[in-house]
Ligand binder design. Structure first.
Ligand SMILES: *Cc1c(COP(=O)(O)O)cnc(C)c1O
Length: 359
């Protein structure tokens, strides 16, 4: 699978339109200026004022008692799992969930917990599927201790879990004695697209985190939130794993800047995603999954060509996309791609599909 990021390659033209991932954003000048004047301290000792401010903002945003700043979303997921689970435990999550597919097997490797993959359209599962996956609490079955959802679902096409489904899944889990975790890598995309607040969406979840390096445009950082006792326990794992930092206020300042300036504009990315989807749908042989947020997934099988082949043609014309399967391409909208960039990408991908058909 062509999941190689668009590294600078002297044999290729520079990337003009980078739809490879919403992680590819560069900090804006204004964000860099906010970083430059950030008040800093010793994050590990709990005395970095900017990190403290960010954690307070995050806790309020998602309606939790406390929060902890971490270098990455992956570390948020894995520290949450280490905190919720014990070796031998089983986590229920969608088959495509980042924790199951994209973290190097960390739940198994670090916690010694396994993930039971659940099925469902758009990276989501319903209450009936969840209930059917519950095991009897006998000495034979792995203890099921955690249900995890991904808002939005990345490999589910950027799909948004409705508030009703989030609440129903959380209530079902809690009634059965399981804790709940929300991988909120793109939680603000979900909030902006649906009009439901992050706080309401997270209400049924014992832990929740937000990534600042996706569409929010910060260079690094994610914040994990939960009860004060949960975050205390998470801090021990952060220390053990080497996730405690020093003058981290430099990066927290970028995250605070993103909360102030880059949340409402996610609506532009969603609109650009719809424009891109409409343009791609008109290319012969391409079928498009209707985007709900900033991710546009499309199928190239009607062109007779793999997604990699089309991505290669596009890359040679300065447009980078990623591929997520033999015939599945993904284009991510974010603050470094504007409407003219979207129009250019549509033209280049149309050419790429035509070139593929001719080849
Ligand atoms: C990107 C992503 C992560 C991991 O975040 P990093 O900050 O890249 O470690 C986790 N879950 C989902 C759904 C993601 O898209």
């Amino acid at each position: 699978m062509g999941y190689a990021p668009p590294y600078p390659d002297p044999s290729l033209p520079p990337v003009r339109v980078n739809l490879y991932s919403d992680t590819q954003t560069k900090p804006t000048r204004a964000m860099l200026e906010a970083m430059l004047v950030a008040e800093v301290g010793d994050e590990q000792a709990g005395t970095d004022p900017t990190v403290r401010m960010l954690c307070e903002r995050m806790a309020a945003l998602v309606g939790k008692e406390s929060a902890v700043f971490l270098p990455s979303g992956t570390m948020c997921n894995e520290i949450a799992i280490l905190t919720h689970c014990r070796p031998g435990d089983e986590i229920l999550a969608h088959r495509t969930a980042h924790i199951a597919t994209s973290e190097g097997g960390a739940p198994w490797a670090l916690t010694g917990a396994s993930v039971l993959p659940l099925d469902g359209a758009g990276g989501k599962f319903d209450v009936a599927t969840l209930t059917a996956s519950f095991r009897p609490r006998t000495r034979y079955a792995p203890p099921q201790t955690l249900v995890s959802v991904e808002q939005t679902s990345n490999l589910g096409g950027g799909a948004v879990w409705s508030l009703a489904l989030l609440n129903a899944v959380a209530e079902t889990a809690h009634t059965a004695g399981l804790a709940t975790h929300m991988d909120g890598a793109r939680l603000m995309n979900a909030a902006v697209a649906s009009g439901v607040s992050a706080k309401d969406m997270a209400a049924g979840y014992d832990s929740v985190w937000l990534d600042f390096t996706k569409g929010l445009g910060a260079p690094l950082g994610a914040v994990l939130a939960g009860t004060a006792a949960f975050i205390d326990a998470a801090w021990r794992w952060k220390q053990r794993l080497g996730g405690s930092m020093r003058q981290a206020g430099i990066s927290a300042a970028a995250c605070l800047y993103a909360l102030d300036h880059h949340v409402e504009r996610l609506a532009e990315d969603h609109e650009n995603a719809r424009v891109l989807a409409r343009g791609l749908a008109q290319i012969p042989g391409i079928t498009v999954e209707q985007p709900e947020t900033n991710l546009v997934f499309f199928d190239t099988s009607g062109t007779g060509m793999t997604a990699d082949l089309i991505a290669g043609h596009a890359r040679r014309r300065g447009v980078a996309i990623s591929t997520m399967g033999k015939f599945r391409g993904r284009a991510c909208l974010h603050l470094d791609v504007d409407r003219p960039g979207v129009e250019e990408a549509i033209g280049v991908l149309r050419e790429a599909a035509r070139a593929s058909l001719a080849a």
